[in-house]
Write a protein that binds this ligand. Structure first.
Ligand SMILES: [Zn+2]
Ligand SMILES: [Zn+2]
Length: 334
């Protein structure tokens, strides 16, 4: 099969490699769509704490089951599935206290073992979720990032009249905004410098402004969500949380980034600062919600499709910040 292979940090090519052979309990999936995200770029640049090169990237994907092994029902062959890439060990202290997304021996398809930027990918059958026959392609491509957004939302209070402020209207910011809009009667505000992303946020009924200066300095929000990972945005956002409210670090900063915050304000205003790491008990809900939202809400979020052989160009487009979700189409462009 053809596969994207990162030989070592900085060296990526599309190669002919042996087809994956399913072990007991595995499926082989012919990939139809695989989204690119920041994690792929970190893997490519050698910025993750793993040393498992060569590796095939790609952890946000769906496709058709083409082979099974062991006692897996052969009736699954031919079905479309979306796949939770996360493989917590189940045995470490974090897994045992119910925090599997914080697993000490974290493994994930496309991160620590071969993923979906390939014609075929081997996956443990239990991680594959059947999709409906009238599948929403974009819903299936976006299931994994939506599962991350839902886990983020699980950490936030949900009250019908809460107000939400989101920094950044990229794929994740817009998903957080869409979830927030489902939760509250109040308009969701997003701060986003890119005009086309702002226009998209507005098309979803959000109030979009280009910079914090455009927001009333006295306005406060119950939930402020940073989806940028940008220090200035985080520092600004911390000051806009209403008394008793929550600030969430959802976007990924540089690992050594530092921000200024006034502990007095955290104390005096009872501000809660929370994080959100990947997917946690949220893939199943994302799998269903992505199909309910379907093309109507999600189609604008997948802006580019590339053939597998054009992976390098897809990465360039990602690095340029053009569009939103970029999908690799190993089964061919529709
Ligand atoms: Zn991702
Ligand atoms: Zn574990």
């Amino acid at each position: 099969m053809r596969a994207v292979v990162i030989e070592q940090p900085g060296t990526v090519s599309v190669q002919d490699v042996p087809d994956p052979i399913p072990g007991p309990g595995d499926l082989v999936v012919a990939v139809r769509g695989a989204g690119i995200c920041g994690t792929d770029i970190h893997l490519l640049d050698g910025e993750l704490p793993y040393d498992r090169y060569p590796i095939v990237p790609g952890h946000e994907f769906y496709g058709e089951v083409v082979d099974v092994a062991g006692d897996i029902d052969r009736a699954r062959i031919g079905r479309l599935v979306t796949v939770d890439p996360n493989m917590p060990c189940g045995a470490c202290a974090e897994c045992r206290r119910g925090r599997a997304n914080l697993c000490e021996r974290y493994e994930a398809l496309g991160v620590t073992t071969d993923g979906a930027a390939a014609e075929l990918v081997r996956v443990p059958a239990g991680l594959a979720y059947d999709l409906p026959a009238d599948v929403s392609d974009v819903g299936a491509v976006l299931t994994e990032p939506l599962a991350c957004a839902i886990h983020g939302f699980d950490g936030l209070p949900r009250r019908p009249q809460d107000r939400y402020l989101v920094y950044g209207a990229g794929t994740m910011g817009l998903m957080m905004g869409l979830l927030a809009a489902d939760m509250t009667s109040e308009p969701v505000t997003v701060i986003e410098p890119n005009p086309s992303r702002r226009a998209l946020a507005e098309s979803f009924g959000m109030r979009a402004v280009s910079s914090p200066e455009e927001v009333d300095p006295d306005e406060r929000w119950e939930s402020v969500i940073d989806c940028t990972g940008v220090v200035e945005a985080i520092e600004d956002g911390l000051g806009r949380v209403r008394r008793g409210g929550v600030f969430q670090c959802f976007g990924v900063t540089e690992t050594d980034a530092m921000v200024k915050l006034r502990p007095f304000d955290i104390y005096r205003n009872e501000i809660t600062v929370i994080g959100s790491m990947a997917v946690h008990n949220s893939f199943d809900r994302a799998h269903r919600l992505a199909q309910v939202w379907g093309d109507e809400k999600l189609a604008p979020l997948v802006t580019h499709g590339y053939a597998l052989d054009d992976y390098a160009e897809a990465i360039r487009t990602f690095r340029d910040g053009a569009g939103l979700k970029i999908a690799i189409r190993p089964g061919g462009l529709a």
